[in-house]
Design a binder for this molecule. Structure first.
Ligand code: AMP
Length: 192
């Protein structure tokens, strides 16, 4: 199974992606996680990405595409994957298509979690509060202002991806506002 998760930040792509990865026994690949690891490791990619990520913008296509290309070439991704947070632009989607095309492969489905943005903002506030309550440091991009920026960045660049994948006949829109188990069941049903 080669699955792409689409949806604005906070929509539950990570949670649902993780479940799908376990179900299909494939790795869940999150470009956000890859970039955060690069920031923590202070690599050249991390240094270039940090301020953009903190301000809620999108890291350049070239950097992200290179990270994904490298990750998809690893052994554990040969049997499939769940991509979470990539692609976010049409340029990224096209590069993913050509990468798969070279291997005579294609995406099994593109799951779009459809959600209410105001409720998402409340979810982000809760996530930051929960992190603080547990004694963890909340993600530096988990605050309302950044969230609004990230949602705007999503609308600007990523929403066109829905059309891109709709035109390919691969888009699977799912109501992401239901409870986690229900959303998961809906996705599995749609993919079967
Ligand atoms: P996420 O954990 O997916 O919400 O990603 C956190 C941040 O990493 C985003 O706000 C972006 O700054 C950056 N990022 C993650 N994936 C991408 C991508 N595919 N293209 C550009 N920037 C990305």
């Amino acid at each position: 199974m080669r699955i792409v998760m689409l949806g604005p930040p906070g929509a539950g792509k990570g949670t649902q992606g993780c479940r799908l990865a376990e179900h299909f026994k494939v790795p869940q690949l999150s470009t956000g996680d890859m970039l955060r690891a690069a920031v923590d490791a202070r690599t050249a990619v991390g240094l270039a990405a940090k301020s953009i990520m903190d301000s809620g913008g999108l890291v350049g296509d070239e950097i992200v595409i290179e990270c994904v290309q490298e990750r998809l070439s690893q052994d554990d991704a040969q049997g499939g994957f769940v991509l979470d947070g990539f692609p976010r632009t049409v340029a990224q989607a096209k590069s993913l298509d050509s990468l798969l095309h070279e291997k005579k492969l294609h995406l099994s489905g593109v799951v779009e979690l459809v959600v209410d943005e105001e409720l998402l903002i409340q979810r982000i506030e809760k996530r930051a509060e929960e992190a603080i309550a547990k004694g963890d440091i909340p993600r530096s991009d988990d605050n309302v202002d950044t969230m609004r920026k990230r949602l705007a960045a999503y609308r600007e660049s990523t929403e066109v991806l829905s059309n891109f994948y709709y035109n390919q006949g691969r888009l699977i829109p799912i109501d992401g506002m239901r409870e986690v188990d229900r959303v998961n069941a809906d996705i599995l049903k749609a993919l079967s």
